[in-house]
Design a binder for this molecule. Structure first.
Ligand SMILES: *Cc1c(COP(=O)(O)O)cnc(C)c1O
Length: 421
């Protein structure tokens, strides 16, 4: 069931009326459903249950709120992280060190040391210079770093250019053709233990075909590496499976369809498979609750000005993303409008010439499918405080990130003595 549904004419998250949160916390505010996250995790876990001990490492960057992380850690997931900050969040959220995968094209030596000292499942390396740097850090610390190489399979992911990562021109991984020589070099470096190979070709993928092409290349690479004497025990298939944003467009493949393809393509690999889903786990588990500030006349249709803006939710501005927008208490009538935020940028626009529920100043609305890559991309542009976040579980709810105050926003800033007067 849709965790964000109408009950007695008013939108609820699970058993809680959204207006209660708006009254108590104010708007804009992100609201997350525990039930939605759990059901996404369990659907994936059961789809992958036929594999031999897969590691599902949630991509923390999708939604790094520590309450969200704790919810997912309790479901038995691991964590895929891309910075020292995410490593610390993952540990604070309760993920065991031996289920943490460290990805990222620019890991610093300080971040490498943090993860090596705290422990992790493996580093996914993206270049030979990075491997050399990690080798040095590991030797200095007297540790052995478990490593996989991320390869760039040169496939077109078919998603938005800003979230496609597996083309030869993208910055990620090393070309498959260079991988055998890179593994030979890896073997010579002290302090490293070769575990396996990794790919991640992009995000919000709506077709299995590019994934399958990438995995097939990875399978060939595993064979080639073994025939050169390398021991390959893990294969990380990345994340990327999309979620449904616009219900009028065909939904992306399900977790079950994805898992069926994976088990067919990876048959006989004799590795522990690793998965790094982000959006799939949290994307549909959140809404951004917002109030209409006013409705302003436009040349052909009105502008609905809401109190959420591109600093709260960047996806429409950054990726031209489509998000459903609905009234919390629909009147049963519609209007055609542009839905815009108050920020002084033309790009601060959530929908153009969209038919939406008819709304007036003071009405509450919700923007859907904002559990992933939303609150975490928030900024304080226009000196707007970071948006609070609320976690709902049944009829229980808690503020899991407070609304930032203007004072705390300015607290890190200092006026130098010579400027003071
Ligand atoms: C972003 C990212 C993911 C998660 O992508 P989703 O599309 O959210 O599943 C997984 N692995 C890596 C390396 C990433 O950069």
């Amino acid at each position: 069931m849709d965790p964000f549904h109408l009950h007695a004419g008013t939108a609820h998250c699970e058993e809680l009326p959204l207006r209660v949160i708006a009254q108590e916390v104010g708007t804009p505010v992100y609201v997350y459903s525990t039930a939605a996250m759990r059901s996404n995790v369990r659907a994936l876990q059961s789809a992958l249950a036929g594999l031999d001990d897969p590691l599902i490492a949630y991509a923390v960057k999708a939604n790094p709120n520590t309450a969200v992380l704790a919810t997912l850690a309790a479901e038995g997931l691991g964590a895929d992280i891309v910075s020292g900050g995410e490593y610390q969040r993952a540990r604070a959220g309760g993920f065991p060190a031996d289920k943490i995968v460290m990805s990222g094209v620019g890991k610093t030596t300080a971040e490498m040391a943090l993860a090596l000292n705290g422990g992790l499942f493996q580093f996914n390396l993206e270049s030979l210079p990075e491997a050399e740097a990690l080798s040095q850090v590991a030797v200095e610390l007297g540790k052995t770093a478990p490593v996989a190489f991320r390869v760039n399979p040169d496939v077109a992911a078919g998603s938005h250019a800003k979230i496609s990562t597996g083309g030869a021109h993208n910055k990620f991984g090393i070309p498959v053709a260079e991988a055998p020589a890179a593994f030979d070099r890896l073997k010579e470096l002290p302090g490293l233990e070769i575990k396996g190979v990794a790919v991640h070709i992009g995000s919000q993928l709506t077709s299995l075909q590019p994934l399958e092409a990438a995995f097939a290349r990875l399978g060939e690479l595993i064979e080639a590496l073994r025939s050169r004497g390398h021991s390959i025990t893990t294969a990380d298939l990345g994340g990327g499976l999309g979620v449904s944003y616009d219900p009028s467009i065909e939904a992306p493949p399900s977790a079950a369809e994805y898992a069926a393809m994976v088990s067919r393509v990876t048959r006989g690999w004799r590795v522990r498979l690793v998965f790094e889903p982000g959006r799939l786990i949290v994307g549909n588990a959140g809404v951004l609750l917002t109030e209409v500030i006013r409705v302003k006349n436009g040349p052909s249709h009105p502008f609905v000005v809401i109190d959420a803006a591109m600093n709260d939710l960047l996806r429409p501005t950054l990726y031209d993303a489509w998000h459903g927008i609905e009234a919390v208490v629909p009147r049963g009538q519609t209007m055609r409008a542009d839905v815009v935020g108050p920020v002084c940028e033309t790009g601060d626009c959530f929908a153009q010439a969209r038919t939406i529920d008819r709304v007036e100043a003071g009405d509450l609305m919700m923007i859907r499918t904002v559990g992933a890559y939303a609150a975490t991309m928030g900024s304080t542009y226009n000196s707007r405080p970071l948006t609070p976040e609320v976690l709902v579980d049944g009829d229980r709810w808690a503020v899991v990130r407070e609304r930032q105050s203007i004072e705390s926003m300015m607290a890190a800033e200092k006026i130098p003595q010579w400027v003071r007067r």
